[in-house]
Design a protein around this ligand. Sequence first.
Ligand code: SF4
Length: 369
Amino acid sequence: MNFSDVFKKLDREHLRLSLYSSTASDVEQALANPSGSLSALMALLSPAAQPFIEQMAQAAMQLTQKRFGHNINLFIPLYLSNLCANECDYCGFTMSNKIKRKTLNKIEIESEIEIIKKRGFDSVLLVSGEHETKVGIDYFSRVLPQVKKHFSHLAMEVQPLATAEYQQLIDLGLDAVMLYQETYQTNTYAKHHTRGNKKDFEYRLNSPDRLGQAGVDKMGLGVLLGLDDWRLDALMMGHHLEYLQNKYWRSKYSISLPRLRPCTGGIQPKSPITDAGLVQVICAFRLFSEQLEISLSTRESIELRNNLIPLGITHMSAGSSTQPGGYSAATKELDQFEISDERSVEEVSAMIHHKGYQAVFKDWESGWC
Ligand code: SF4
C-alpha cells in the first residue's frame, strides 16, 4: 500500500467543509492536546484559529526550544542545472521559458563548492530542474561522490526517482531528499503541470513511499502555498506526513512552506497567504509534531525571516543563489525565482546570534560509518 491508496479514500470535500466549520471551541481543544492529532491540526489551520495565533506562537516557541534548543541550522542550495522537461507555469525553469540553459560540469561544480566551503557551510542542498536523460541518475551518481567529499550533510531536491535509484544514491552518501507535491488538489495540479513526467500526480505522490522503502535518513515534504487553498493543502500535507511517520518511522521528516513568488512568465496565487497565515501554518505544524524540522527559504522577506526564528523554524537557507553556477559566475537570466532576503551568510548569522540563537553550520558527523 502507498499513500495514493490512502489519498483516494480521503473525502477531500468533507475535509474542506470540516476545516471551514471548525469553531473556537475546537481550537481550544486542539491547543490542549495537539500532538499527532489530525483533527487538532485541522482546527489549528482553520479560520477559527486566527484569534488564537498569539497563544499558538507561545506554545510553538516553547516546544521548538525544548526539542531543538536555541539553534538554527543553515544550509545553502547548489543549483546543478536549470534544464527541465516539465511545464510548470509558476517556475522560471519551465520548459517553454526562453532562458539560457546550463548544467554544471565537474570543474564548475568544484568552483561552486570552493566558494560555499569558504562561507563556512557543511550542509548543502543539490537542486536541479527535472530532466531524466540529461540530469538523471547517471549524472547524479557521478556528481554525488564529488560533492560528498566536502560536506557532512548532503540533501537533494531533484526529480522523483525509483526506489533502486534512491538506494544507489544513499550508498553514495545522500542523506536527505526534499520532494514537494506542490498541491494536493488534483484539478489544480493538472492545471499547473501540463507537460512532462511531473504531470503524473500519483507517481509524485508516492515518491516519499519509495524514499521510505529505500531507507533515506530524512525526507522533506512541501506545498507551494497559494497555488490552491493553502489551508486545505497544508491539512493534506499533514495527512501525508502522519502516514509516512507511522510507516517509515526510521526516517526523519521536514517540511518546507514556500509561498508562490514572482518568476519569469509567472502566475498570480489563487489563494494568497498573508504573513499571519504563514505564521499560523508554521505554529500548527510545530504543535502537531514536536520533532518535525521546518525549513524557511530566502523567498521570504528579511523582516519576516527575522521574526519567524523563534516560532518553530529549525532550518534556513542563507546567501542563496537559485541559478546553476550562481556563486562563481552569476547571470541574472538563469534564476529560478526571485530571492527576497539577499543578505550575506555573515549578516544572517549575526541576526541569528542577535536573537539569542546559534547558527549551526554542521549538523552531525558520521563517525560510525
Ligand atoms: S518546478 Fe521543477 S519540474 Fe517544474 S519547471 Fe520548475 S524545475 Fe522544472
